[in-house]
Ligand binder design. Structure first.
Ligand SMILES: Nc1ncnc2c1ncn2[C@@H]1O[C@H](COP(=O)(O)OP(=O)(O)OP(=O)(O)O)[C@@H](O)[C@H]1O
Length: 354
């Protein structure tokens, strides 16, 4: 089996970060998490702009950091692409992209050939002769992506590459990244806060919280069966974590939440997830088919497209959301601070091990 493209098991105590991250060759990983979760620190450990106090970093089977070992950033075969393109202002786009191959010893003609091929790949061949000041933000970022790919790195690290762009430019660049990374089979870690980025580029998702990796898995799995609060928010689902009590049910604080009956053994950590649009809001418990009834205090109301998102908190402190029509909300005459019932059919609840 091939060595992973990246393996970081390292500690940075002064930042409260302990990273345990493996990136298989040929995979694009979305690294997600709240501000300050440790994503940039993980990238810095990989790229070599930060030295771990403890632990090791391996790139493609070679130890690049650890006791007695330190390989500097420019010798790690890793490219970094930041939020800002940071192109050299006095060089045109082609020479910016050719810079890496030249630094690795390629001749002028070969480096230019590589540069033009990479610019072509990101849809920027026609910009080859322009200086950075003659390019839009989105065009500059295309050139920066071509520059990151040109030295044929083992791994490309992208730190919020679309965050500085407007919505239209970001949408175009997202497709460029999808082709140049995922479809081309390159290996990359993309730090992002955007669900659209995750859906477009990521084979797998790694979630960091408080300096630790708390969840990882294939993109579809993390978005349909999240096990961390952050992944649930990214996927836009309500997540309750508790204990499996058998028959498709999960005990969460004082509540028991039922999903479709299962024959799994009781015991062990379990999750119950359901979409806000499957939740109805009532003042008194309705009868009928098997339903979960969760008492919540309303903490907020906000518009969500054509619906209104009702935010609520259970007695045990779990936060939930219900998306309801303005008409049903008007009929309830609901206000923040009131106690109501969030009602969801068992058939709408996904129950799985957490
Ligand atoms: N240069 C630094 N020196 C000291 N502490 C730092 C430094 N950079 C970050 N930190 C701290 O390390 C922790 C992890 O921060 P990091 O920047 O890695 O998070 P992040 O997930 O990238 O956040 P964001 O989404 O805001 O970029 C935070 O507590 C932060 O305050």
């Amino acid at each position: 089996m091939n060595a992973p493209a990246l393996n970081v098991r390292a500690v940075v105590p002064e930042r409260g970060v302990r990273v345990d991250l493996t990136v298989p060759a040929g995979q694009v990983i979305a690294l997600v998490g709240a501000n300050g979760a440790g994503k940039s620190t993980a990238l810095a450990l990989a790229s070599g702009t930060l030295r771990p106090s403890e632990g090791e970093v391996w790139v493609a089977g070679r130890r690049v950091a650890g006791p007695g070992t330190w390989v500097p950033p420019h010798r790690r075969h890793i490219s970094l692409c930041a939020q800002e393109p940071l192109l050299l202002p006095h060089l045109d786009a082609a020479d910016n992209v050719a810079f890496g191959p030249r630094a690795l010893g390629a001749g002028r003609a070969r480096a230019r050939q590589v540069a033009l091929a990479r610019l072509e790949e990101v849809g920027a061949a026609h910009l080859a002769g322009r200086r950075p000041r003659e390019l839009s933000g989105g065009q500059q970022q295309r050139v920066a992506i071509a520059r990151a790919l040109a030295p044929e790195p083992r791994l490309v690290l992208l730190d919020e590459p679309l965050a500085a762009l407007d919505v239209d430019a970001a949408a175009e660049l997202r497709q460029v990244l999808r082709r140049a990374l995922r479809q081309a089979g390159r290996t990359a870690v993309v730090v992002t806060h955007s669900l659209l980025d995750v859906l477009a580029v990521a084979d797998a998702v790694v979630v960091m919280e408080d300096g630790r990796v708390v969840e990882e898995g294939p993109t579809a799995q993390v978005l349909t069966r999240p096990r961390s609060g952050f992944a649930a928010r990214l996927a836009g689902v309500n997540l309750l974590l508790g204990e499996h009590v058998g028959d498709g049910a999960v005990r969460v604080g004082g509540d028991v939440v039922h999903g479709p009956a299962d024959d799994g053994p009781a015991g062990g950590p379990a999750a119950a997830a359901f979409a806000p649009r499957t939740v109805a809001v009532h003042r008194t418990a309705p009868g009928g088919s098997p339903r979960n009834v969760l008492a919540v205090r309303v903490t907020g109301l906000e518009q969500q497209g054509a619906l209104v998102r009702v935010r609520g908190e259970t007695a045990s402190g779990n936060r939930l959301a219900a998306d309801v029509t303005p008409a049903s909300l008007a009929a309830l005459a609901l206000a923040v601070g009131e106690e109501v019932l969030f009602v969801v059919k068992a058939a709408e609840v996904e129950v799985y091990p957490a």
